[in-house]
Design a protein. Sequence first.
Length: 139
Amino acid sequence: MAYPHVQIVGSAGGTIAPGDGFEVVIPAGMFSSDARIVVEAPAPPGSSPPSRTAAGNAYHVTQTHGPAPGGSSRFLIRVPFASAFARYRNQLNVHHNVNSEDPTGWIPAPDRVDEGIQYVMGGRFNPGNFLGYHCVFKG
């Protein structure tokens, strides 16, 4: 795994996977042409939503080139969490934050997606929530 992880995603969509369990699955049509996506090295989230505990690191995703994501296409985020939290799996959910320094800025994923993959939790987001930090928290 080399960070920052940089990948070009075109109109056909694709999966951004640095190799440590984190993935962004972008559907076809979300971008009208090539977009350059950067995933920074995972880091402690710096803040937590009220009454929640971080269960892993936060991943910062940015788009540095290309068209804005369009339409209402929704993308999927899979975020690994620490094995110590495996027993709390049903209490875990991915949250999104465009400003990691604001503890009230964390917003839960609109959908919980748990595909039974060990130590990975996912959530679906609208294109407007593409940029920012993604992290798993325990409630």
